[in-house]
Design a protein around this ligand. Sequence first.
Ligand code: ZN
Ligand code: ZN
Length: 280
Amino acid sequence: MKITLLGTGSPLPSVTCAGPSTLVQADNQFILVDAGRSVVPRLLGAGVPLPFVGAVFLTHLHSDHICDLNDVITTRWISSPAATPLPIYGPIGTKKMIDGLLAMLSQDESYRLDHHDDLRAAGGMKVEVHEIEAGHTFSIGEVKISVHATDHRPVAPTIGFRFEHAGVVAALAGDTIPCDGLYEMCQDADFYVQTVIREDQVRAFAPLVPTGERFLDIIDYHSTVQQAAQTATKCNVKSLVLTHFVPAIQPGGEAEWHAMAAEHFSGEIVIGPDLTFVEK
Ligand SMILES: [Zn+2]
Ligand SMILES: [Zn+2]
């Protein structure tokens, strides 16, 4: 199994970090988890053409995790030789969001259908939406997936995914604070991928910007670096993979983030940049 951090950014725009998105490769399957800003060029950077993406999983419907899903849907459609529907798995609410997204794309779809006979013959842009909840289990090829509740309130529902293939387990958490669902998902995992924030830097930065009070609110519903490391220890994971850096890591700053996590977790700690991968 190979896990690639396609984008390690957050809602804050960054020149170097794409938005949150992670690629899971196993059993010749390419599964995209979240579709943040610039996910399509990052997929190219990972060597994965869009037609190879077999499914998209969404942890929640915050804009930073879905804002380039339209690009995934459109680019996969127009670059695929055959019209293969794109399965999209997400929490309750995903259908409503996708209906709106497809409405937004409908004019472009009609332009392309009018212009390209082969696209017209194939029947247009196709997605299959599966709304899933904690407790669901299913497979894609030989990859087993279980869905777990996370806690990103007031955003609800939010979910994380435990992927299992050939004895290797990866737990992809999305945005969440530590909670029972997260612990259940991560138990004994080989890889635990967690979106994190630096509480100390958020608190230092907030007074400097006009939206500082709102910026402080994010502390309530994300794991800090230390909390992610504590979860990794509690759940006996082998490798902690950090992503979704708030704020973006400054050049040369990885060591400080690493040291902060290492105070609470003695296993392997992996920190971006974009396109960093782990494999087992
Ligand atoms: Zn986020
Ligand atoms: Zn979020």
